[in-house]
Design a protein around this ligand. Structure first.
Ligand code: GUN
Ligand code: ZN
Length: 449
């Protein structure tokens, strides 16, 4: 039987190298008329239309996006799906914000129907924003993880998620124990890790809400299974850092608390790292641990300014991904997140150009997650998780785009003025699961596509 072949035509860009370590222009491919050829969920060819088109099979389905810009799907390395209902909560810094808003909202996820409703909305909002892979915090309730992965499996999205572990310093309804959290995580790993495109992530919320016994249990889980991920928060807010110093007086640093439990390693994603010292960056560099840069959250909670260029210092570069951190972050759009990343860099006296910015949101985040053999680029062999950007999405974007003299300038305008409206379509594993202009039915599970 002939294979089903789809070819997307439009302008396109992708990265193949790190523009923070190399000449940015040499790290990107931009094509004015490109084809992305897809078969069985994978990209089989990417290149200029004139080169690729002659070898397309007769029955190939061509989708022409005209002036649309085809790009690898955006990757969000830090986001909380249960916090969608309290995004934009007024007036508090981290610790007060957690108590006043977050822990209240998360208690509702004991109700499976609520978790399912929010997971369904959240996945759709990710796809609408052009995010094709995310590293996601659920709540302490296993049913929140079940609801999330079940919906992700329906869309066939590559997602990384896990049950939050908390055994102290949170409301009783949100606490587990070291043993219970371990057992529940283990059951979820057996049920979901490596099933289709789902990956499990061991998720101690942060050091203040886990005893040393629980952090050790998290380390044990990582040691017992292949290719598990880890996510947690670190050095986000000065009061939090001070609290950790009081809770773990015997440790040399906040990062050392996690290192002691075996959590600082490849596939570990540490959210924020704003108040890091040089030796912390060195430890991350040596171990392969990654940092999620979450600028909208850091500005919204008044947490501080992440020193991106320090983290990426070519002498000892740390893997850095881009995160929205909703609900402390104020947008699920990685375009808007880059908009704020630019401003955070500017306040530190640096400039985040469009090439480096889009690298961070695509291949850079894929590398931070150690998933760059599967996602993050337009290249033969990679998963066909692809988006189409529309530089004419709004009257202002359309007008401003007309004055762009280079594709770098066009990308910069997209990250400054763009948001979910600028995502024309999102393809997951070769299926058009979201189409902004399919008005009656913008979302479709792949079976029905
Ligand atoms: N630190 C511990 N929990 C959280 C959370 O839910 N959001 C943020 N931004 N920081 C945290
Ligand atoms: Zn967070």
């Amino acid at each position: 039987m002939p294979q089903h072949v789809t070819a997307l035509r439009g302008r396109a860009f992708t990265f193949h190298n790190d523009p923070f370590l190399n000449d940015p222009e040499a790290c990107v491919t931009w094509l004015d008329d490109a084809l992305v050829v897809i078969e069985e969920g994978r990209i089989t060819a990417f290149g200029p239309h004139s080169e690729i088109a002659p070898s397309l099979p007769a029955g190939a389905v061509m989708v022409n996006y005209g002036q649309g810009i085809i790009a690898p799907g955006l990757i969000d390395t830090h986001v909380h799906f249960p916090q969608l209902q309290m995004i934009g909560a007024y007036g508090a810094q981290l610790l007060e914000w957690l108590e006043t808003y977050t822990f209240v909202a998360e208690q509702q996820f004991a109700d499976k129907a609520h978790a399912e409703k929010v997971a369904a909305l959240f996945l759709r909002e990710l796809l609408r924003a052009g995010t094709t892979t995310a590293m996601v915090y659920c709540t302490v309730h296993p049913q929140s993880v079940e609801a999330f992965f079940a919906e992700s499996a329906r869309f066939n999205t590559r997602m990384i998620a896990g049950k939050v572990l908390m055994d102290r310093n949170a409301p009783p309804a949100l606490l587990d124990t070291a043993q219970h959290g371990y057992d529940e995580s283990k059951a979820l790993i057996a049920r979901w890790h490596g099933v289709g495109r789902q990956h499990y992530c061991v998720t101690p919320r942060f050091a203040p809400t886990s005893t040393e016994a629980q952090l050790d249990a998290a380390g044990a889980l990582l040691a017992e299974h292949d290719a598990l991920f880890l996510q947690t928060h670190i050095c986000e807010n000065p009061s939090e850092v001070e609290w950790v110093r009081e809770l773990f007086p015997e440790r040399s640093s906040y990062l050392d608390v996690y290192a002691h439990a075996g959590l600082v390693r490849e596939r570990a994603m540490f959210g924020h790292a704003i108040h890091f010292h040089e030796h912390d960056f060195c430890t991350c560099h040596q171990t392969g641990a990654a940092i999620a840069h979450c600028p909208t959250s850091n500005l919204f909670l008044g947490s501080g300014l992440f020193r991106l260029y320090d983290a990426l210092d070519p002498k000892r570069p740390v893997r850095v991904g881009l995160g929205t951190d909703v609900g402390a972050g104020t947008s699920l759009s990685q375009l808007q997140t880059l908009n704020e990343a630019y401003k955070v860099a500017a306040l530190s006296g640096r400039k985040l150009d469009a090439l480096r910015a889009f690298y961070l949101a695509t291949l850079g985040s894929a590398r931070a997650l150690c998933l760059d053999d599967r996602i993050g680029r337009l290249a033969a062999g990679l998963d066909a998780d692809v988006i189409v950007l529309d530089p004419s999405a709004t009257p202002l974007l359309d007008f401003r785009s007309g004055y762009c003299n280079s594709f770098e300038e066009l990308l910069f305008v997209l990250m400054t003025l763009g948001d979910d409206r600028a995502i024309r379509a999102t393809w997951i594993a070769g299926e058009p699961v979201y189409d902004r202009d399919r008005i009656a039915e913008p979302f479709r599970y792949p079976d029905a596509a």
